[in-house]
Write a protein that binds this ligand. Structure first.
Ligand code: C2E
Ligand code: MG
Ligand code: MG
Ligand code: MG
Length: 275
């Protein structure tokens, strides 16, 4: 009897494993199919100057309009796409959309996210620049967001890619800063326009106590000051976080408080001061 129960448990476990494996395979098949269609959309989240809430740019965030599952977030499928290399194709569809949008005119920059593996491909910079050129977009209005891993794996290639892009006007910002290596000694070697302070630290700024998050943000600000570059606080959800960031010298911010990702870009004029 005990043995039978044990077997049943394994049977249930097997069944769950099988179902999960099927779900992943389904999603992978869906992803392959989706790449041929008009299924990926960019949502745009405003990046503002904290002092007066003027919109200075937007981050483009990938969304997948899945035929049955609705609007999927990157977290739902990017891991999968990274494993099988499909994410690079999805990324190019996304970048094409963003660049076409830029070519229509407007103000402010749009930043695109580039995964480390994608950033390391040999012709990344050339292909991006060609795309910008073909579309007739202003390269100075496009920025890339990369994480530290993308820099450190192959330093000389990363340098070459960043310099090529910068020489053509495309600046780079370091995403999720503070969560990676934060190997401070190397940062000055790279042409980086700004550091995006990871939202895990911003989350810790909800009160005015001198906690670890405050210490980390202070350190990042000191580093940025030394390098002469800007910072953007990510994931700002309340006024307190915005105020503490401002006090610590962070000029720019992004987060639900300041604007949610949406298909439409918000206006470039200073936003009405909330509440
Ligand atoms: P990320 O580049 O750090 O983007 C910021 C993420 O934080 C976005 O999640 C955004 O919706 C979310 N966020 C913004 N404000 C707030 C806030 O106030 N509170 C909270 N809790 N979250 C906030 P999303 O859109 O789900 O994207 C997740 C990640 O997927 C991005 O993190 C980025 O690493 C990656 N990603 C997004 N678009 C692309 C893309 O086109 N290509 C590639 N390769 N990766 C992308
Ligand atoms: Mg980003
Ligand atoms: Mg980020
Ligand atoms: Mg992030």
């Amino acid at each position: 009897r005990a043995k039978a129960a044990g077997r049943d448990r394994w049977a249930v476990f097997d069944e769950e494993m099988r179902e999960q494996a099927m779900r992943i395979l389904d999603l992978e098949a869906d992803l392959r199919r989706a790449i041929n269609g008009d299924n990926f959309v960019a949502h745009y989240q405003p990046i503002v100057r904290l002092r007066d809430r003027a919109v200075i740019g937007h981050e483009a965030l990938l969304r997948w309009r899945h035929p049955t599952r609705g609007l999927l977030l990157p977290g739902d499928f990017i891991g999968l796409g990274e494993d099988n290399g499909l994410i690079e194709e999805v990324d190019w569809l996304m970048y094409g959309q963003v660049i076409a949008r830029l070519a229509q005119g407007g103000e402010g920059y749009i930043s695109i996210n580039v995964s480390p593996r994608h950033f390391r491909t040999v012709d990344f910079a050339d292909r991006l620049l060609r795309m910008i050129d073909t579309a007739g977009a202003d390269p100075r209005r496009l920025r890339i967001e990369i994480t530290e891993v993308a820099l450190l794996d192959d330093v000389s290639r990363a340098l070459r890619t960043l310099r090529t892009l910068r020489d053509h006007g495309v600046l780079a910002q370091l995403d999720d800063f503070g969560t990676g290596y934060s190997a401070l000694s190397y940062l000055h070697r790279f042409p980086i326009e700004c550091l995006k302070i990871d939202r895990s630290f911003v989350a810790g700024l909800s009160d005015r106590t001198e906690n670890e998050s405050v210490a980390v943000v202070r350190a990042i600000q000191a580093l940025a000051g030394t390098l002469g570059i800007h910072t953007i606080g990510e994931g700002i959800e309340n006024e307190q976080q915005a105020a503490v960031l401002c006090d610590l010298g962070c000029e720019h911010g992004q987060g639900y408080l300041l604007g949610r990702p949406a298909e439409q870009m918000s206006g470039q004029s200073p936003a009405a001061t909330p509440g």
